[in-house]
Design a protein around this ligand. Structure first.
Ligand SMILES: Nc1ncnc2c1ncn2[C@@H]1O[C@H](COP(=O)(O)OP(=O)(O)OP(=O)(O)O)[C@@H](O)[C@H]1O
Ligand SMILES: [Mg+2]
Length: 1079
């Protein structure tokens, strides 16, 4: 069950200033201090939250706290910024009311932190999902980016926002965030070029130099050393507790999450680097012949690097720092700039470059976070704008800032009163007029279109002739002299003539929050915010992705001779838009207060807080809120809280809550003028009445607590006793059960023993009987078996030994044969057909079988041997066989040829390139190619010839040239003659009358005679139209040479002939060949 609590529970001081009694400035501040000392940094004034800056992290912003405040009513828990955020978010989601959260306070009071807390609370409680989370993340991550570029360390705040920010967060009908729009107001750009003592330039400069990688710095042409840059103040470059390098990484990461592309980030950093470089450009005077000094750049290195970063031409920029072109209608006048003017131009460029870059960043972020334009969005605006500022020297910026705060105060008063009034009307309570200070008069002094200060400043700026800050002040003195809130030494009213606190060059305005002295110096310049056209045109021309967007007025095609709107005019316009926007929304206020000037925790400076309380108009706020009734509460929670004070409403009231409250009030005799009944709320006029009710409630709660304690204790003792009693019964029951179980187990085991003995005895008896029976049966079986055996043996004895002899013989023969065959198996000869071995026969009677087996085995292994022949091998053997048939025992040369393989093509005629021509002349496959000697009949000497045999012819060719000498078709060959001896001579005899026979027969000799003749014989036998070739083997034969026949005779050569065959011509008709007997 959810416990209903109230703001009034465990209050330190009072949680809502409206209940402060007595109400005075002192008690107000004492209450704030009391709460601050107890770490209660939030206090309410009705629905307004006062937030004290604790300057340390408190454990009150945890996810548990978010859950605690989620969906709880505003006054239900102790004051917290989460309660305000929750109230705003729920009324946006459930009642469809657009909200705005206005956060005000002076610099360092905690506005930016408060705005981040509100955003993070809303992000935590609204819907979840991938898309929604992305939107939330982008909205939250826009903060670090804008803070890096728009915040700086000041004497008041290490992270001071130097721009105003208003962010509209857009939600869909379910309350899920869709996107947002950020508006920025007046960046303090003068800080870019000059910072007051003890302050720094914008964070990004220091972050870039400390956090960027060496590589990035090199690309940006920067040096890590701050002291190298004129625009960076050195005395406070390092800030305690601020890690610039880490923050740079955070900013880069945030830029990535928000959706910046890598090249966009690079362009932004280039511009930041360019601003730093710009600050280092210095000028020197150069005298001209007309006597004027003209500015010249001292050292052009920085200018060069800057131009490289921006992509501008150095000469263009150099010229823009030395000359100024003024265009009026058709005329163009070019004047030179002196050194002071050049510095002014440089600083103006730096300020404009940076502030325009900042505005571009806001636009770029808006592009990323903008919601899709679909149905109507609900909007929650968060305004974090610079607070009211009073410095020792206040200039144009403070004037503008304070004007903005005046406007906010005005809208605050208006809306608070309106809300109060509306509630009274809604509740039907009579409205009594409330006196309050309306600062509309101050706003009018500043913004009035005719004679407001801003209007006059604009008038001065636009006026022809000499315009200075003094002429502006004069104008103010004449026009505003009568105004109640304007003070000046020179004004006509003599009131301030002797006021020495008011210097002559200043004017003072009585703001709602106090008097502020403004120094008129710089008002005109700052309002004009002049950037020479030459510079803006130079910037427009730059070859850089952002420059054209940042300096659109520099476009020479769109030269606008009209002056741009002044800074004051622009600001007034944007503040006007903002106010109109805020007026359409339901306001929620957070008023931030700074407890001390030292940025320290635990220090509460009364005077400082008092000052802020005054200028924030907080007392006024309380008074307005209390003017009618100090406290109001809906009937139901009121009855729930106080119902124990009356017997009729306690513990339950069964009627409408309003009647219950009426009964309660009547019973408590609260005076009727102290309260009023509205439609849904009871209004209590005086805090005293509320506190007396609270006191009575506290008393009653104590009594009730005693009663509850009493009843509880009685109930507890009774319950304990009953529990003991119940336990005792259970224990007894369990014990009895246990005892009975034991007894039963004993009886049961005794019975089992007796039973087992009896059964054992019976079983043994039965077993004995069965065993005896079995033995008897076995004895009978044995006796009968023996008797049957005797009977059978007697019957069959006569059949034994009759055929024993034959059987023994057969058996013996079988054994001998078995032994013979097994023995043969192990002594078998090899599988070679020429192996002649065979085992000796073991038994005489196996003689025939033994030789038959030898023959069968030999035939079988020959068959095996033949079956392994390939076709080629078979052909070779056939040739060899044919050679043996022709020459064996007929020619002595045969024996030596048996072991030589027949190779046929000895010249490798098809492969050898030497014989390519010869080979191509052959139309048939060459079966044999060899070198032979052709014997000359004249002297018996041999000439080397190539001998070729094809299927159809024999060809003789020259060995060297390969030229065909003779080609004899095989049918023209009749016979071949050879000797019986071991020589290689042979004669090819041709058919008489054939064409080949004209030249006569051939007498040749070859080392491969046997092969040549065999091949010739085989080929001649297969040739289709040739007759069988005769082989004539004799030691004397006739050879028909061209004209006559010569006899070739072979004789056995004597030892004097040596080992070679020689052929000699004996006479015309005889050639004698002597063959050595050993060859
Ligand atoms: N709720 C908080 N808890 C802890 N520290 C806080 C809190 N609020 C503010 N601070 C501290 O105070 C410092 C200043 O706060 P913040 O920057 O919000 O001031 P500001 O009102 O925005 O000032 P300015 O007008 O200069 O921007 C913060 O940097 C932080 O250290
Ligand atoms: Mg801030």
């Amino acid at each position: 069950m959810e416990v209903k609590t109230s703001l009034l529970d465990n209050m330190i001081g009072v949680g809502d200033m409206v209940l402060l009694e007595p109400l005075s400035e002192d008690s107000f501040i004492a209450n704030l201090r009391n709460r601050f000392d107890h770490n209660e940094i939030y206090t309410y004034i009705g629905s307004v939250v006062i937030s004290m800056n604790p300057y340390r992290s408190l454990p009150i912003f945890t996810p548990e706290k978010v859950e605690e405040y989620r969906n709880r009513n505003f006054y239900e828990l102790s004051p917290h910024i989460y309660a305000l955020a929750d109230e705003a978010y729920r009324s946006l989601r459930d009642q469809d009311k657009d909200q705005c959260i206005l956060i005000t306070g002076e610099s360092g009071a905690g506005k930016t932190e408060a705005s981040k807390l509100v955003m993070s609370y809303v992000a935590a409680v609204c819907g979840k999902g991938q898309e929604v989370n992305k939107v939330k993340e982008q909205l939250l991550q826009s903060n670090p980016v804008l803070e890096a570029f728009g915040n700086a360390k000041t004497v008041r705040n290490d992270n001071s926002s130097r721009f105003g920010k208003y962010m509209d967060i857009e939600f869909d009908f379910k309350g899920d965030p869709l996107g947002g729009v950020i508006s920025n107001y007046l960046l303090e750009k003068s800080r870019v070029v000059k910072q007051p003592r003890g302050e720094r330039n914008f964070h990004i400069f220091y972050q870039l130099l400390s956090g960027a990688s060496d590589d990035t710095l090199k690309k940006l042409k920067l040096d890590r050393d701050f002291s190298k840059y004129n625009y960076l103040s050195l005395d406070s470059a390092a800030v305690n507790g601020l890690d610039d390098a880490a923050n740079f990484r955070t900013v880069r990461n945030a830029m990535q999450i928000v959706g910046f592309m890598e090249d966009e980030v690079q362009s932004v950093l280039e511009l930041v680097a360019a601003v730093l470089k710009l600050g280092n450009i210095e000028f020197k005077p150069e005298s001209r012949c007309n006597g004027n000094d003209e500015s010249r750049i001292k050292d052009k290195n920085d200018l060069k690097e800057m131009c490289e970063l921006l992509g501008t031409e150095q000469t263009v920029l150099e010229r823009a720092f030395s000359y100024r072109t003024v265009e009026a209608k058709q005329e163009k006048v070019c004047t030179t700039l002196n050194v002071a003017q050049a510095y002014y131009a440089r600083d103006a460029l730096a300020k404009n470059l940076y502030s325009r870059l900042f505005s571009w960043l806001v636009t770029r972020i808006n592009e990323s976070i903008k919601a899709a334009p679909k149905s109507r969005h609900k909007v929650m605006g968060v305004l974090d704008i610079y607070g009211f500022e009073i410095f020792e020297e206040n200039s144009f910026e403070q004037f503008i800032i304070n004007y903005c705060n005046e406007k906010l105060q005005q809208i605050f008063i208006e809306l608070t009163l309106r809300e109060e009034q509306e509630e009274y009307v809604r509740e039907g309570i009579e409205w009594t007029n409330i006196e309050y200070f309306n600062n509309a008069i101050i706003c009018d002094l500043i913004e009035n279109h005719q004679n407001g200060i801003l209007a006059m400043l604009d008038e001065e700026c636009l006026r022809p002739g000499t315009v200075t800050d003094e002429t502006f002040l004069d104008k103010l003195n004449t026009i505003c002299a009568e105004h109640l809130h304007f003070e000046s030494r020179l004004s006509k009213s003599s009131k301030f003539l002797t006021d020495h606190s008011l210097p002559h060059n200043c004017f003072r305005i009585q703001h709602y929050a106090g008097k502020v002295l403004y120094r008129a110096e710089g008002f005109v310049d700052k309002n004009n915010d002049l950037l020479y056209r030459d510079l803006s045109q130079a910037m427009y021309k730059a070859n850089h992705s952002l420059m054209k967007q940042l300096f659109p007025e520099g476009n020479p095609a769109k030269v606008n001779l009209k002056r741009p709107p002044t800074a004051g005019f622009q600001f007034r316009h944007s503040v006007g838009t903002l106010m109109r926007n805020l007026q359409t929304k339901n306001p929620n206020y957070i008023r931030c207060i700074k407890p001390n000037d030292k940025k320290a925790s635990h220090i509460f400076t009364d005077s400082l807080v008092c000052h802020q309380v005054r200028y924030l108009g907080l007392m006024e706020n309380v008074r307005v809120r209390r003017a009618g009734y100090a406290f109001r509460q809906a009937y139901e929670p009121c009855l729930e809280r106080y119902k124990m004070l009356c017997k009729r409403t306690w513990p339950h009231w069964r009627g409408p809550a309003r009647e219950g409250v009426e009964v309660l009030m009547a019973d408590l005799t609260v005076p009727t003028e102290e309260f009023s009944y509205g439609r849904s709320k009871v209004f209590i006029r005086n805090p005293r009445t509320l506190f007396s009710l609270e006191e009575r409630r506290r008393q009653c709660l104590q009594d009730l607590a005693t009663l509850i304690q009493k009843i509880y204790r009685g109930w507890k003792c009774r319950s304990h006793f009953l529990l003991l009693k119940k336990s005792q019964i259970v224990v007894a029951a369990w014990f009895r059960r246990y005892a009975q179980q034991n007894k039963y187990k004993r009886i049961k085991s005794a019975t089992t023993v007796v039973q087992s003995y009896t059964r054992g005895w019976q079983a043994r008896k039965l077993l004995r009987e069965l065993k005896y029976q079995k033995r008897c049966e076995e004895a009978v079986t044995t006796i009968s078996a023996y008797w049957h055996g005797t009977q059978v043996r007697r019957e069959y004895r006569k059949f034994f030994r009759a055929n024993a002899g034959k059987k023994i013989y057969n058996f013996t023969i079988q054994r001998i044969m078995q032994k013979y065959f097994l023995g043969l198996k192990s002594t078998m000869p090899s599988m070679s057909p020429i192996d002649k071995s065979w085992p000796v026969k073991p038994y005489l009677f196996l003689d025939g079988v033994h030789s038959d087996l030898r023959r069968i085995f030999h035939l079988w292994r020959c068959k095996k041997y033949r079956s392994e022949f390939t076709e080629e091998k078979k052909a070779v053997f056939e040739e060899k066989l044919e050679a043996s048939e022709i020459f064996k025992d007929k020619k002595a040369l045969y024996a030596s040829s048996v072991s030589q393989p027949f190779m046929g093509d000895y010249l490798e005629i098809s492969k050898n390139p030497k014989y390519q021509k010869l080979n191509s002349a052959m139309d048939e496959k060459v079966l044999l190619a060899d070198v032979v000697n052709k014997i000359n009949r004249a002297n018996g000497k041999g000439t080397a010839r190539i001998f070729l045999l094809t299927k159809n012819s024999v060809v003789l060719a020259d060995q060297k040239t390969g030229q065909v000498k003779a080609s004899v078709p095989l049918p023209d060959l009749t016979s071949v003659s050879v000797s019986t001896q071991s020589d290689g001579f042979f004669a090819l005899k041709l058919k008489e009358g054939s064409a080949s026979a004209i030249k006569g027969d051939f007498l040749l000799s070859s080392e491969h005679l046997i092969e040549i003749i065999t091949k010739l014989h085989r080929t001649g036998a297969t040739a289709a139209d040739s007759e069988q070739l005769n082989i004539d083997i004799s030691d004397e034969f006739l050879v028909q040479f061209k004209h006559d026949k010569v006899c070739v005779k072979f004789i056995q050569g004597g030892p004097k002939n040596g080992n070679s065959v020689s052929c000699k011509r004996k006479n015309n008709r005889l050639l004698e060949v002597s063959v050595p007997s050993t060859v």
